[in-house]
Design a protein around this ligand. Structure first.
Ligand SMILES: [Zn+2]
Length: 414
């Protein structure tokens, strides 16, 4: 048995892509020529933040993973253009390897008592966990399957409520739209446990929480087995695999900040909601828009609180309200571990990104809608160590508490 498990781990380890000698560079373009030079770097470079070359602008910095085989040439090109840069991550594989390490030797889930919320978990573990936590808390947790992914995986959702009143406001939280942003599903799992462990289950007695721990289940599974840096879904379109599931919503679909090239990391897909993962959640939003008062979608990284719009520079009708809670939320986050978040409308604060879930939720009628970019701000990026999961979740919970108080307030009108 032991050797079988070992073989399983070995084959997993051998199958996945490695990142030995890859570096993440932070570049600082000072003029338009330097921006262009960065956009024209080898097509094999991987934009971490911003998530595509389109988001690069004068005076802002960008984190880019450079595969080892082109690293010397890229550094020469940057120096030739006099583009300032520093090394953010010396060796990507060493940090990726750390993230996989604690998964080795984990057995089959036997209830949630021993479930470690400060570790990253595979899709199968998360799915088993949703079943277990619902079975253990039959009066407070209901598990539903929103739909199936392209590769046939279930997309589970947990609905938490206690002593429910039918008039309680509902809150929708999702994680893991982008596959490689591992701290996001980690938060959704931690947050479910937090709501259940709370004395008197205060929050779930005042509001009904719908929590989707991982939307992009195929992409997430693929980050564990094949490519830790995979971002998109796993549908096949033209030459390449994957649609950016945060460009595939019917909100300014196909507009600025999304790509029509199927090989691009921000490919919007052949049509809005072409991805079954997106359609499943969009259908849920449409069906529940009158009761859902708050939508929060979790990404990483960059430490940001963004609200509509991202598909246009126009401001949302209730911008003052969205901004008011963003400021409160940012302050609440900072009060926990002194992490600073920036905030504002997506397009204005970072760059336009058409077809995103927060804009779709908002236009569908959910008037409080936020995209959160979790830790960090360019130290580990997607390779955030497991040792930071706990603190990340604690400060994020403070944000959720602010938003909870807003929507359950008797004077709140949405
Ligand atoms: Zn993301």
């Amino acid at each position: 048995m032991r050797s079988l498990i070992f073989l399983g781990i070995l084959s997993l380890a051998l199958a996945r892509k490695t990142f030995f000698g890859d570096q993440v560079l932070t570049v600082h373009p000072k003029n338009e020529a330097q921006v262009q030079a960065i956009k024209n770097l080898d097509t094999k470079v991987d934009f971490w933040s911003p998530d595509s070359p389109a988001g690069i602008s004068v005076g802002s910095s960008a984190d880019i993973r450079i595969p080892s085989e082109i690293l010397p040439a890229v550094k020469v090109a940057l120096r030739r253009q006099k583009i300032e840069f520093e090394v953010m991550i010396e060796d990507v594989e060493s940090l990726v390897g750390e993230q996989f390490k604690s998964a080795q030797g984990r057995g089959i889930l036997d209830g949630t008592t021993a479930y470690d919320y400060e570790k990253y978990h595979t899709y199968d573990e998360i799915n088993d966990w949703t079943n277990a936590i619902a079975a253990e808390n039959p009066t407070m947790v209901q598990r539903t399957v929103l739909g199936q992914s392209t590769e046939g995986r279930d997309i589970p959702m947990l609905t938490l409520s206690s002593g429910q009143s039918a008039s309680n406001p509902e809150i929708l939280v999702d994680c893991g739209i982008h596959a490689r942003e591992w701290v996001s599903p980690a938060f959704c799992q931690w947050f479910v446990r937090q709501l259940l462990d709370e004395p008197n289950n205060v929050r779930i007695s005042e509001a009904t929480y719908h929590i989707i721990p991982s939307i992009n289940v195929d992409g997430y599974a693929y980050t564990w087995t094949n490519d830790r840096m995979w971002r998109k879904t796993r549908s096949k379109n033209g030459l390449c695999y994957g649609v950016d599931p945060n460009r595939n919503w019917d909100a300014g679909f196909g507009g600025e900040g999304s790509s029509s090239s199927s090989c691009a990391e921000t490919y919007h897909g052949p049509y809005a909601e072409s991805e079954p993962e997106v359609k499943a959640v969009a259908d849920f939003m449409r069906a529940n828009k009158d009761n859902v008062k708050l939508y929060v979608t979790y990404h990483s990284y960059g430490q940001m609180i963004l609200y509509p719009y991202s598909y246009t520079y126009d401001l949302a009708a209730n911008t003052d309200e969205l901004d008011f809670y963003a400021v409160q939320g940012k302050n609440a986050i900072q009060s926990v571990h002194n992490k600073r978040y920036i905030y504002g409308p997506g397009a204005v604060t970072i760059y336009p990104a058409a077809g995103g879930s927060d804009d779709f939720a908002y236009d569908t009628g959910i008037k409080l809608s936020y995209t959160i970019e979790l830790r960090d701000k360019g130290v580990y990026g997607f390779t955030l160590p497991e040792s930071q999961i706990q603190a990340t979740c604690e400060e994020t919970d403070a944000f959720m508490q602010v938003m909870h108080n807003a929507v359950v307030s008797p004077t709140y009108q949405a």
